[in-house]
Design a binder for this molecule. Structure first.
Ligand code: SAH
Length: 223
C-alpha cells in the first residue's frame, strides 16, 4: 500500500464494526460537526495504541500509552476539535500541547493546513513522529519541549488545543492566539476538570465551558 493518509483510512475488517458503533455514538456526546466526524472516521485509532490495546481502540475511553499517559477519549477529541471550527471559523494553523500518541494531532492535521505539536516526554514525541510520518502526514511540526508556555517561535495560532489539564487558563497560551483565535483547554484538579474554550475577542478573552472531562495533568519541564 502506498504511504499516505489513505493508509489510515483502511481499518482491519475485524475492527470495522466497533469503529462504526463508536462513530454512531459521537453525536449523542455532542460531536455533530460533519467535517470533524469525517476526520474521526478517517483516522484509525487502532494505529495509535499498543498492540495490547488494539482490540479496545474503538471504545469511547482513554487508554494507556505508556509513561503514565493516555490517548484521549474519542468523544473528547471530537469536542476539542469541533470547538475550533464552531460558528464557521476556519483555523489554518493550530498548536497542540501534549502530542502523546499523536491521535489528536492526526485528527487536527486532517482538517487544517499546519499543526504544531509539543510533547515533554522524548519517547512519546519520537514514537508519534515516526507513526505520523509513516501514515503520510506532511503538515505537522513536532517540538520536544515543555509546552506549558506554548511555542512562541511559530505564534500566533488560530487555535491551541491543550491535551493535559492546567490548574488555570494559561495566560501565555492566550497571548499566542491570533485575534479571533481559540484556546481549548481542560482546567482544574483531577476529579473536577472542565473543558474550557477561550476566544481571543476584540475586547478581551471570552470563555465558555464545553464539558466535564478527565485528563492527565499538564506538567512542567521535559524528560
Ligand atoms: N493528545 C494526546 C493526549 C496524550 S495525554 C493523545 O491523544 O494521545 C497528554 C500528553 O501531554 C502526555 O503525553 C504528556 O506527556 C503531555 N504533557 C503534559 N504536560 C506537558 C507539557 N508541559 N508540555 C508538553 N506536553 C505535555
Amino acid at each position: 500500500m502506498s504511504p499516505g493518509t489513505r493508509a489510515a483510512a483502511r481499518p482491519a475488517d475485524a475492527s470495522a464494526a466497533a469503529r462504526r458503533r463508536l462513530l454512531a455514538q459521537l453525536p449523542q456526546q455532542g460531536v455533530t460537526d460533519p467535517q470533524v466526524l469525517a476526520a474521526l472516521d478517517r483516522i484509525a485509532r487502532e494505529q495509535f495504541v499498543d498492540e495490547a490495546f488494539r482490540s479496545r481502540a474503538y471504545e469511547n475511553t482513554a487508554l494507556p500509552i505508556g509513561h503514565a499517559q493516555t490517548i484521549s477519549q474519542p468523544a473528547v477529541v471530537g469536542l476539542m476539535t469541533q470547538a475550533l471550527f464552531e460558528g464557521g471559523a476556519r483555523p489554518r494553523r493550530v498548536l497542540e500541547i501534549g502530542t502523546g500518541s499523536g491521535y489528536q494531532t492526526a485528527v487536527l492535521a486532517a482538517l487544517v493546513e499546519t499543526v504544531f505539536t509539543v510533547e515533554r516526554l522524548r519517547p512519546l514525541t519520537e514514537l508519534a513522529r515516526q507513526r505520523l510520518q509513516r501514515l503520510g502526514f506532511r503538515n505537522i511540526h513536532f517540538g520536544y519541549a515543555d509546552g506549558s508556555l506554548g511555542w512562541a517561535p511559530y505564534a500566533p495560532y488560530d487555535g491551541i488545543v491543550v491535551t493535559a489539564a492546567a490548574r488555570e487558563i494559561p495566560q501565555s497560551l492566550l497571548e499566542q492566539l491570533a485575534p479571533g483565535g481559540r484556546l481549548v483547554v481542560p482546567v482544574g484538579p483531577a476529579g473536577s476538570q472542565l473543558l474550557q474554550c477561550v476566544e481571543r475577542g476584540p475586547s478581551g478573552p471570552v470563555s465558555r465551558t464545553l464539558a466535564s472531562v478527565s485528563f492527565v495533568p499538564l506538567l512542567t519541564g521535559k524528560a
